[in-house]
Design a binder for this molecule. Structure first.
Ligand SMILES: [Zn+2]
Length: 246
């Protein structure tokens, strides 16, 4: 009953051995993986992967930097695909201000996406790198309730605000060494935590490809920080998963 709510199984890193990666995850006790698209092409691949493997669901995303050059019409074509095909959530979507690129356009796109998701009535998975405050503000002014902030790097004041809003965090594998995520886990109720790998990224062994089976290490670390039994930790995280997605 381990869950990996954020992975990118469509990445070329998995093109040779995805069968084995999924088998390894199953062997480790992973019951659910959400593979996230980041643009129209990736969403199509995510859908194929979800059809092929029982434990995988697709989340269709439009990564803020990937959609900057799309016309209004192209963006609505992406929405159309999301509407017509089976997905468990919409994401990752959001803002990325690392390169400070076209922030105004990013916000406009994010607002259009939110409006679309409000009508679709699916959970949303949000990417908010270096734009955590902006993302929280925009989401607070929306009608959305089922919100997951993935790999959230905002300060602890914002972490508290997300928790008070009743949204979920997905804690990445690098919580094994990341002081930021360890603090986030310590300060946040277990009822607001989910686990992710962001595979192939964010391995706890720096530089190595990450895989969904490594979510086991995330749960172990969370249970250590929370001073909770590992089995109990896993059960609560699974029930958080059900509440948000099922
Ligand atoms: Zn991601």
């Amino acid at each position: 009953m381990f869950v990996d709510v954020h992975a990118h199984l469509d990445w070329p890193d998995f093109s040779k051995d995805l069968d084995k990666v999924i088998k390894n995850a199953e062997k480790a006790g992973v019951s659910n993986i959400i593979t996230s698209g980041v643009n129209h092409e990736a969403n199509k691949k995510a859908l194929e992967i979800a059809k092929k493997y029982k434990i995988v669901d697709a989340s269709f995303g439009l990564y803020p930097l990937d959609i900057l050059d799309l016309s209004e019409e192209e963006l609505f074509d992406c929405f159309d695909f999301i509407k017509k095909n089976k997905c468990i959530a919409v994401g990752e979507v959001g803002l990325d201000f690392v390169s400070r690129e076209k922030e105004k356009e990013q916000k406009e796109n994010f607002l259009k996406i939110i409006e679309f998701v409000e009508k679709l009535k699916k959970p949303i998975i949000v990417h908010s790198r270096k734009a955590e405050k902006e993302c929280v503000e925009i989401l607070e002014s929306s009608k959305l309730k089922k919100i997951l902030v993935h790999c959230f790097s905002g300060n602890m004041k914002l972490v508290k605000r997300v928790e008070d809003n009743g949204w979920m965090f997905s804690v990445p594998t690098n919580v094994v060494y990341s002081i930021h995520f360890q603090t986030l886990v310590e300060r946040t109720s277990i009822n607001n935590l989910l686990t992710e790998t962001d595979s192939p990224f964010l391995n706890f062994v720096k530089g190595e490809r990450n895989e969904p089976r490594n979510v086991v290490h995330t749960v172990k670390k969370i249970s250590e920080i929370k001073k909770m039994d590992e089995h109990e930790t896993r059960k609560i995280i699974y029930s958080n998963f059900q509440k948000l997605f099922l």
